[in-house]
Design a protein around this ligand. Structure first.
Ligand code: ATP
Length: 273
């Protein structure tokens, strides 16, 4: 029997309001919302709607969030799959899974298909090191290319893919008619961090001494995911201390904890450096 392979979210509630900072990226990706909402406006003049865009940037910067917000803004279903799941879980059947995914997506069009970590399938040949045999990965990649070339630009399916390693991608993926648009999603600067703090402070019961401007100054190098993590940790720390509100001290301790976690992770990832 066929299990539910792909998460298809039909009613996405995330909108651009949930994505803080990233003003340029939002501006660029708004175009795709228009393609999904009013395709005729573009095709009646003979233009071809792009099939996909690549979101490029470091982990935790909001690529998934932004892709989902496109679906939320356009009011269309959101299909998601992760490149690494593909290579790890579906040995021997990757190509068939890709076909399945696109078949389902076309039935639900207009919609967004989001491929996270596309580098796991889309590495250029001869750059192995991923689990599963290289043949298998190449079959999956070829099947993705065939699907992308095969569906009409007016099918209403737009593919967004995310990577933090655009340099390793097979150039076939980046050719015109495939992922020919790249949108860069950078780590937030101090202003961006403040905006992200504001989003994630909203659900918390805060003490008056908590100031998003100061918090953003104290978290250089943090991505959005880490800021979300700090806010949640601070609330948990305050609760453990039986406080009525989350205060600045709780945030400082949460920041220390998140920095500690990052340092540990870096040690594990790069032991030979
Ligand atoms: P990865 O490459 O690791 O998959 P990503 O770039 O897709 O990361 P997301 O999964 O979108 O990052 O971000 C994780 C979480 O961090 C989001 O669900 C959100 O809570 C928070 N976050 C990240 N960036 C932002 C942002 N710009 N505004 C608000 N929240 C953000």
């Amino acid at each position: 029997s066929k299990a539910a392979l792909f998460d298809a979210e039909n009613k996405v509630k995330i909108t651009f309001n949930d994505v803080a900072g990233l003003d340029e990226a939002k501006e660029e990706i708004k175009e795709i919302v228009d393609f999904l909402k009013t395709p005729e406006k573009f095709t009646k003049l003979g233009g071809k709607i792009p099939k996909g865009a690549l979101l490029v940037g470091p982990p935790g910067t909001g690529k998934t969030l932004l892709a989902k917000a496109v679906a939320g803004e356009a009011g269309v279903p959101f299909f998601t799959l992760s490149g690494s799941d593909f290579v790890e879980m579906f040995v021997g059947v990757g190509a068939a899974r890709v076909r399945d995914l696109f078949k389902q997506a076309k039935e639900k069009a207009p919609c967004i298909v989001f491929i996270d970590e596309i580098d796991a399938i889309g590495r250029s040949r001869g750059r192995g090191q991923m689990p599963g045999s290289n043949d298998e990965r190449e079959n999956t990649l070829n099947s993705l290319l065939v699907e992308m070339d095969g569906f009409a630009t007016d099918s209403g399916v737009i593919i967004l893919a995310a990577t933090n390693r655009p340099d390793v991608l097979d150039s076939a993926l980046l050719r015109p008619g495939r992922f020919d648009r790249q949108i860069s999603i950078d780590k937030p600067d101090i202003v961006g961090r403040e905006a992200i703090f504001k989003v994630h402070l909203k659900p918390l019961k805060l003490n008056k001494d908590v100031d998003p401007k100061k918090l953003s100054a104290q978290t250089p190098g943090f991505a959005g995911a880490e800021i979300a993590n700090v806010c949640n940790e601070a609330a948990l720390i305050a609760a453990r201390r039986n406080k009525e509100t989350v205060d600045l001290q709780d945030f400082h301790d949460a920041i220390d904890r998140v920095i500690g976690g990052l340092e540990k992770k870096n040690k594990i990832i790069s032991p030979e450096e």
